[in-house]
Design a protein. Structure first.
Length: 187
């Protein structure tokens, strides 16, 4: 008689709270623990430049929403806790607490690397699609490109387009009037 293989139990947010504060990014996706190393200098430069551009826009338009940098937990379910590089919570979302974000942000941005490519392009994209993130950007600092995923008319999170450094700017309906200058982002 064959017995069913026991699967590893899913980790929860309670388990997540016990992870060490070791300078690495700890995340849960469908109860599975993922750990990534501290980001590279190139990653930090691109992320910093993007945050500056969005931050300046939000200073002039504070009623639009708020942007946050990692580390800041985004609790999407009891089994899904991520720390996006950058996230934007729109004014119509009441999900920000002192300790974390409780629900899907309007915009999530990840600055990719070879070691996080599978996680960013597949597992996180699928997670954000199923939990209601409105827009997801994956920035590739090596290729100087941004893959933009948006909800289509059917409500699916699909890749809408990919921009490269020779594109002047990126706009989003989530932040009307913002133009992210790609030349400055990848300078």
């Amino acid at each position: 008689m064959l017995s069913a293989a026991r699967s590893k139990p899913k980790l929860t947010y309670d388990d997540y709270l016990l992870f060490p504060e070791d300078g690495k990014r700890h995340e849960l996706i469908d109860g599975e623990h993922f750990v990534t190393a501290a980001p590279s200098r190139q990653h930090q430069r691109v992320l910093g430049r993007l945050y500056l551009q969005i931050g300046k826009f939000l200073e002039a338009h504070p009623d639009v929403g708020e942007a946050f940098l990692a580390p800041f937990d985004v609790v999407l379910s009891h089994w899904d806790v991520v720390e996006p590089d950058l996230l934007f919570v729109a004014h119509d979302q009441d999900i920000v607490t002192e300790k974390n974000v409780q629900g899907p942000p309007a915009l999530v941005v990840e600055v990719g690397s070879p070691s996080t490519r599978r996680l960013d392009q597949h597992l996180k994209r699928e997670l954000f699609a199923r939990t209601g993130v409105r827009e997801y950007w994956i920035i590739d600092p090596d290729k100087h490109s941004i893959a933009v995923h948006r909800r289509d008319d059917a409500g699916e999170l699909v890749q809408a387009f990919e921009l490269t450094a020779d594109t002047p700017s990126l706009t989003t309906p989530l932040l009307p009037g913002l133009e992210v200058r790609l030349d400055a982002l990848f300078a």
